[in-house]
Design a protein around this ligand. Structure first.
Ligand SMILES: [Zn+2]
Length: 206
């Protein structure tokens, strides 16, 4: 097994209503990660979670850009940025965790994407890849060496988190059974390739 449930940190990524069927930016079959996440959360001594958490006029929303549609790409000051349907607006039901997600034992919940002009896929750095969320420092201070991830979506927030965690020097295991992808223009294949190349391990849920 590629993880140690007593020593490693389980990081559950963006398992929120808007990313599940019926939500504003639903990932196909997204809610099927919930039982896997719950099973893992019951096994790990240390659990953390991320929550996508945007102001209502966030610049990653297509509605913020006249004449643009969701899933188009724009040039942000820090590089290409995909435009999304309005989603995970702070304080709304869509931004809440899936009601069946057993998040009670989470030791820390990191909110991301709250800066109006900067998106944040990764749990560790915002999309300029320079602005830290603070989770890297938290993990270092807590002494975690390996971070085990599951959640939504495989090819965006999970992959970006996994790659950043590797960049910060952590061992990373992604439990693919507990992830679902958006798969925009081959983004899933690219994400899996990039994660493999960066030394991310993959495992099935125990
Ligand atoms: Zn978002």
């Amino acid at each position: 097994m590629a993880f140690d449930t007593a020593r490693d940190l389980l990081l559950l990524i963006d398992i929120q209503n808007d990313f599940c069927p019926g939500g504003a930016l639903a990932v196909a079959d997204g809610d099927s990660v919930v039982p896997v996440a719950n099973r893992l959360a019951g096994q790990f001594e240390h659990v953390a979670a991320t929550q996508d958490w945007h102001p209502a006029d966030h610049f990653s929303f297509a509605t913020h850009h006249a004449g643009r549609a969701p899933f188009e790409s724009i040039d942000a000051p820090y590089g290409p940025q995909t435009l999304w349907p309005d989603h995970c607006v702070q304080g709304t039901g869509g931004a809440a965790f899936h009601p069946d997600l057993d998040i009670g034992r989470a030791e820390v919940i990191v909110r991301k994407g709250y800066r109006p002009d900067l998106d944040s896929y990764s749990a560790f750095f915002e999309n300029d890849q320079r602005t830290p969320t603070g989770l890297g420092g938290y993990c270092r201070e807590r002494g975690f060496e390996r971070i085990v991830m599951a959640g939504l979506a495989t090819d965006f927030c999970v992959a970006w988190s996994a790659l950043d965690a590797r960049r910060l020097g952590f061992e990373v295991t992604v439990v693919l059974e507990g992830c679902r992808a958006i798969d925009l223009d081959g983004s899933l294949d690219k994400a899996l390739h990039d994660m493999r190349a960066a030394g991310v391990e993959f495992d099935r849920a125990a």
